[in-house]
Design a protein around this ligand. Structure first.
Ligand SMILES: C[S@@+](CC[C@H](N)C(=O)[O-])C[C@H]1O[C@@H](n2cnc3c(N)ncnc32)[C@H](O)[C@@H]1O
Length: 292
């Protein structure tokens, strides 16, 4: 049996940072290799930055070294940290994540913010289309316990993942089911419909870069220059909204004008867009008024 030499946390971090340098050279998502090494160690061993600092000169156990070696190898091949550790933060929730769907992004928190800023009934019914991990619906279910959330995805693995998150987080006011956009919604009507659907054009070079190249195309790509799913949702949403109900959609930073046109053509009023914290037009929405 080969002896594994004892190594301290600090030594492992130095070696990992050096090993990540080639990835950082080709991956814009890694700006600081030491920071990335610390995040990897902290997430894999499930320790906070403070505990990590306290353990700096402590030797790692053999089991820890084995776990870290495998995680580092996967990260060196570009695999996103979230898929390696199987968890990721969104809003105030720690979610299980998996390669069957998108890793929730901070940009999408803007949809949650927008939903919370609307004047909705106390017991509002809210639909999240293409829920993935359940990120948007579960964040709202936690923030608004009196709201009734419904979250759907057409991918059965994503539905199972969202259900596991819902159960672990104990948010009974969120129902999750499989549906091809509105297909399983029957005659239900909602005060608010939200979606972060696939909106990337299949030829977009970003699909070959960074974390994105590990994520499923079914969560990212839509025909018609990325607009097909956005168009489908705009066209059909009015059949599932209450009078005065809202539709808010995440889209690509160059799609705000096109999405506004889709909303207007589908009969929405009060159509507007909001920028994300990087200054990009990121979400657009409108209101469905049945008369006047
Ligand atoms: C961009 S991801 C968003 C995931 C999650 N809402 C988030 O923001 O992190 C798009 C999601 O839409 C789902 N999806 C794609 N086509 C769909 C369809 N026809 N009906 C329902 N969901 C669909 C994908 O499986 C994926 O989970």
């Amino acid at each position: 049996m080969t002896d594994v030499l004892p190594i301290t946390t600090a030594q492992w971090l130095q070696q990992a940072a050096a090993a990540l340098l080639p990835l950082a050279a080709q991956d814009v998502a890694i700006s600081d290799v030491m920071l990335e090494a610390r995040r990897l160690l902290g997430d894999v061993l499930d320790i906070t930055p403070t505990v990590l600092m306290l353990r700096y000169q402590d030797p790692l156990t053999l089991a820890e070294q084995t776990l870290l070696a495998s995680a580092l190898q996967r990260r060196q091949q570009g695999e996103p940290l979230a898929y390696i550790t199987g968890r990721w933060w969104f809003w105030d929730l720690e979610l299980e994540v998996a390669p069957c769907t998108l890793i929730p992004r901070p940009d999408t928190e803007l949809l949650v913010e927008q939903a919370l800023a609307l004047q909705l009934p106390v017991n509002a019914k809210v639909l999240d289309l293409g829920t993935g991990t359940g990120a948007i619906a579960l964040a709202l279910a936690k923030a608004k316990p009196a709201w009734q959330l419904c979250a759907v995805d057409f991918n059965p693995d994503a539905v199972a993942l969202a259900l596991r998150n819902q159960q672990r987080l104990q948010l009974p006011n969120c129902q999750i089911c499989q549906s091809d956009w509105f297909s399983a919604m029957g005659g239900q009507r909602f005060d608010l419909i939200l979606s972060n659907p696939p909106y990337i054009d299949e030829l977009d070079p970003h699909l070959q870069q960074g974390d994105v190249k590990f994520e499923p195309l079914s969560a990212l790509v839509a025909p018609a220059a990325g607009l097909a799913d956005l168009q489908h949702i705009c066209t059909h949403a009015t059949d599932y909204l209450t009078a005065g109900g809202w539709l808010w959609l995440e889209h690509g930073y160059q799609q705000a004008e096109a999405v506004q046109q889709l909303l207007l053509r589908s009969g929405f009023t009060e159509v507007t867009s909001r920028r994300d914290y990087a200054g990009q037009w990121r979400i657009s929405g409108g209101r469905y008024q049945t008369c006047g």
